[in-house]
Design a binder for this molecule. Structure first.
Ligand code: MF3
Ligand code: CO
Ligand code: CO
Length: 274
């Protein structure tokens, strides 16, 4: 979600939607299929493969399963995935440029199943990667885990951001400020905004039945980003590596349910270091 979305969302003062059991069932199905799409990609992400090929695989997988990629024709975006390589922070556009050994790539997919949105992303390593890239990936997944652990009714969105920021900065990494997680369900991007930094007690109080994503972008260098002239691709200003991972969750009575868990146990795809 961009700063512009953030401003738009801030103008809306309607109550955040609280979902019931049938809605949880819908999200479970959408989240599972989206996770399965990312599982399907694991053997395909290797040197020489283009991100356009990956995008086509996801589109075909979606259509084969009666799902629609939410990013297709979303605000002028025309692909089924975002593929963000190395210093690309998010919203990288699939292209005919082949992946190279040592690249790290985030693949972000949102599938709509029976009207419900499952939104998830992972980091994939292209062959063996550097130790520092591997460390960044590990810090990013652990940051998301800390954010998820802060989700329970009575806590606020600020508890989530604070948990992520404290952990990531403690590992000498930085948290991107320009994009955030978001409410979703029947809509792709809704309230509340889930900032990946902040203070406990700030923001919206979490309640059972809220659905949202947590999707921290973590950098090895400085947090600052810029968007390229294509209007989408966000990169680190210092061109240092950036990583991201994302889950869609629902708040439950005692914590949360993660809708986008990998049935194959591949949420963090395995990687080798060189
Ligand atoms: N899936 C992204 C998210 O996590 C949004 C991508 S919007 C696009 O919110 F238009 F760039 F595809
Ligand atoms: Co998202
Ligand atoms: Co996403």
């Amino acid at each position: 979600m961009s700063n512009l979305d953030l401003l738009r969302a801030a103008g809306r003062d309607d109550k955040i939607k609280l979902h019931g059991p049938a809605d949880f069932a819908g999200m479970r199905k959408a989240g599972l299929l989206t996770a399965e799409a990312l599982d399907m990609l694991v053997p395909h992400v290797k040197p020489g493969v283009t991100t356009q090929t990956i995008d086509t695989l996801v589109l075909e997988f979606a259509l084969d399963h009666k799902a629609i990629p939410a990013t297709l024709n979303y605000r002028g975006y025309t692909h089924a995935t975002c593929t963000s390589i190395n210093h690309v922070v998010c919203h990288g556009i699939p292209s005919d440029k082949p992946l190279r050994e040592g690249d790290i790539v985030n693949i972000d997919v949102t599938l709509i199943v029976d009207g419900w949105h499952g939104d998830t992303s992972r980091m994939y390593a292209v062959g063996p990667i550097s130790r520092r890239a591997a460390r960044l990936i590990e810090v990013t997944y652990e940051s998301l885990a800390h954010g998820i652990a802060a989700v329970k009714p009575g806590n606020t969105t600020g508890h989530i951001g604070h948990a992520i920021q404290t952990y990531a900065e403690g590992q000498r990494c930085s948290v991107v400020r320009d994009f955030c997680g978001h409410g979703l369900g029947r809509l792709f991007h809704d309230r509340p905004n889930i900032l990946h930094y902040g203070e406990a007690g700030e923001g919206v109080t979490l309640e059972t039945g809220m659905f949202f994503t947590i999707e921290p972008m973590i950098n090895l260098g400085k947090a600052t980003v810029k968007v390229l002239s294509d209007g989408w691709t966000a990169v680190t200003r210092d061109r240092e590596l950036s990583a991201q991972c994302e889950h869609t969750i629902g708040v439950t009575r005692d914590g949360c349910e993660i809708f986008t868990l990998s049935p194959a146990g591949l949420f963090m795809p395995p990687f080798e270091t060189r």
